[in-house]
Design a protein around this ligand. Structure first.
Ligand code: SDX
Length: 434
C-alpha cells in the first residue's frame, strides 16, 4: 500500500480496491476513480461537483481557504499591478510572459482579426432593440462559426490558434456593436492605432461625427477589470466550454455555450443583479439588516448577490482589488452622488454582513461580482452590458482551457453517469386501456 494510494473496502462484499492518488504542484491531491466502476461496480456521486476534479490543468490555481489566485503561477495582485490584459492573454495562452517582440506580434495578430464579416451587421437587425446583450452574444458567437469552417479542424494546432486569436479579437467588436444596436447608434469599427482596451471603449462610446478620445482613467480601470476576470479554473462556464469542446465541436460553439452559462445570476450574471439589489436597498430606505435577514431566511429566495463562492471561503482577492479600483475611480471622476451612494451602500452592506454569524459561519465574503457593476455604471456602461464585459474578459480563459484540453492526446468526450431513481421496468399499456 503506497502513500500514493487510498484503499476502499466494499463492506457489503468485503471487496477492496487500491485507488491511485495524484499530487499536484499545490492544492488538494486527487483520487483517480476512473476504474472504480469497472472494478467495483460503483459510480461516484457528486451533484454540483463539490469534490470532483474534472481534469489536470496548468493554467490557474485558486486556494479558496487563503484567497489566493495564480495565473500560470503569477499572483493576481502582481498581474493587476504590473501587467495589461493583452499580456495576460499571452500568459494564459502560451504559458509564459511574452518578450516585447512576442507581445507586439500577438497584438498585431489580434488587431488583424478584430473586424467582423460585414454580413454580421445584418445579424443584429434580427433582434429587438431592447434585447439583452447577453442573448445577442450567445447567438453572435455561434453565428461567427458560420464564417470560419476551418475552426472545425480542432485537431490542427494552427487552426486552433487562429480560432483563439479570432475570438479574442472579435469579442470586443461583437460586444460594442450589441451596445450600439441597443441605443440606435451607428456601429463603430475597431481602430488599429489603439490598444485592445482603448479600442473596445472607442467602439463602445465613439461616434462617427467626432474623434474619440479615450478617458485614460477608464481605460486603466477597464484593463484591470479584464485582467481580474480573465480566468478562474474550472468554474461553471469554463467547464461548459471544456465539455462542449470535448465532443470536438467548433470552439465558436463551445464559447457560445460558455457565454450562456456565464449569463446565469448564480455565475457571471450576478454583477448586473448586484446593482439592481443595491438600487432597491437605496430606494426602499429599509435598514440593511432587513436584507441581511431576508438573505438568511430559507423561505425567501433572496440572496445577497455578489456574496459567497463555491471555492473562496475567504475574501475573493479580485473583489479586494475591484473595491480599490472603484474607490479610486469614483474619487478621480468625482462621481455623481448616485454611484457614490451605490458604493457607500455596498461597503456598508459588506460591513454588516461580515459581522453577522450566518455569513461568518458559512464563510460568505464578497466575490468578484460585488463591486464590479459600480465601476461599469460609473463608466456609463448600461446594466445589461455588465456580464458581456465579463464574457469578453473570460474569452481568453475559456480558450486557454479549450486549447489545453484539445492538445491532450488522452482527451476524450466528457460523459458523466448518474444515480437512477426513476421507475423500474414498465409494460406499455395501449391508450384505450389507460
Ligand atoms: C462567479 O466558480 C467560479 O469561479 C465563479 C466565478 C468566476 O470567476 O468564474 O468566481 C464568478 O460566478 C462568482 C459568484 C457570483 N454569484 C453570486 O454572487 C450569487 C450569490 N451567491 C450564491 O448564489 C452562492 O454563493 C454561489 C452560487 C456563488 C455559490 O453557491 P454554492 O457553492 O453552491 O454554495 P451554497 O449555495 O451551497 O451555499 C452554502 C450556504 C447555504 O446555506 P445553508 O444551506 O448552509 O444554510 O451559504 C448560503 C446558502 O444558502 N449562501 C448564501 C449566499 N451564498 C451562499 N446565503 C445568502 N446569500 C448568499 N449570497
Amino acid at each position: 500500500m503506497g502513500n500514493d494510494t487510498v484503499t476502499i473496502i466494499d463492506n457489503a462484499t468485503g471487496k477492496r480496491m487500491e485507488l491511485p492518488v495524484f499530487k499536484g504542484t499545490c492544492g488538494p491531491s486527487v483520487i483517480d476513480v476512473r476504474n472504480l466502476y469497472r472494478e467495483m461496480g460503483y459510480f461516484t456521486y457528486d451533484p454540483g461537483y463539490l469534490s470532483t476534479g474534472s481534469c489536470d490543468s496548468k493554467i490557474t490555481f485558486i486556494d479558496g481557504e487563503n484567497g489566493t489566485l495564480l495565473y500560470r503561477g503569477y499572483p493576481i495582485e502582481q498581474l493587476a499591478k504590473h501587467s495589461t490584459y493583452p499580456e495576460v492573454c499571452y500568459l494564459l495562452l502560451y504559458r509564459k510572459l511574452p518578450t516585447k517582440a512576442e507581445l507586439e506580434k500577438f497584438n498585431e495578430s489580434i488587431k488583424k482579426h478584430s473586424l467582423l464579416d460585414e454580413a454580421m451587421r445584418v445579424f443584429y437587425r434580427g433582434f429587438r432593440h431592447d434585447a439583452h446583450a447577453m442573448a445577442i452574444m450567445v447567438a453572435g458567437v455561434g453565428a461567427l462559426a458560420s464564417f470560419y469552417p476551418e475552426a472545425l479542424n480542432v485537431h490542427d494546432r494552427n487552426d486552433r490558434e487562429t480560432s483563439a486569436h479570432r475570438l479574442i479579437a472579435k469579442m470586443p467588436t461583437l460586444a460594442a456593436w450589441s451596445y450600439k444596436y441597443s441605443i440606435g447608434q451607428p456601429f463603430t469599427y475597431p481602430r488599429n492605432d489603439l490598444d485592445f482596451t482603448a479600442n473596445f471603449l472607442s467602439m463602445m462610446f465613439g461616434i462617427p461625427t467626432e474623434e474619440y478620445q479615450a478617458n485614460e482613467t477608464f481605460v486603466k480601470a477597464m484593463d484591470l477589470i479584464l485582467i481580474l476576470h480573465a480566468d478562474h479554473e474550472q468554474n461553471a462556464s469554463t467547464s461548459t466550454v471544456r465539455l462542449t469542446g470535448s465532443s470536438e465541436a467548433s470552439p465558436f460553439a463551445a464559447l457560445s455555450a460558455g457565454i450562456g452559462t456565464l449569463w446565469g445570476p448564480a455565475h457571471g450574471g450576478a454583477n448586473e443583479v448586484v446593482v439592481h439589489m443595491l438600487e432597491e436597498m437605496i430606494s426602499s430606505g429599509k435598514n440593511l439588516k432587513h436584507y441581511i435577514n431576508r438573505a438568511k431566511d430559507k423561505n425567501d429566495r433572496f440572496r445577497l448577490m455578489g456574496f459567497g463562492h463555491r471555492v473562496y471561503k475567504n475574501y475573493d482577492p479580485r473583489a479586494k482589488i475591484i473595491r480599490q479600483i472603484c474607490h479610486q475611480l469614483l474619487k478621480e471622476i468625482g462621481s455623481d452622488t448616485e454611484n457614490q451612494q451605490l458604493f457607500d451602500t455596498a461597503m456598508a452592506l459588506e460591513r454588516v454582513a461580515l459581522e453577522d454569524e450566518y455569513f461568518i459561519e458559512r464563510k460568505l465574503y464578497p466575490n468578484v461580482d460585488f463591486y464590479s457593476g459600480i465601476i461599469f455604471r460609473a463608466m456609463g456602461i448600461p446594466l445589461n452590458m455588465f456580464t458581456v464585459i465579463f464574457a469578453l474578459a473570460r474569452t481568453v480563459g475559456w480558450l486557454a482551457h479549450w486549447m489545453e484540453m484539445m492538445a491532450d492526446p488522452d482527451a476524450r468526450i466528457s460523459r458523466p453517469r448518474q444515480l437512477y431513481t426513476g421507475p423500474d421496468l414498465q409494460k406499455y399499456v395501449p391508450i384505450e386501456k389507460r
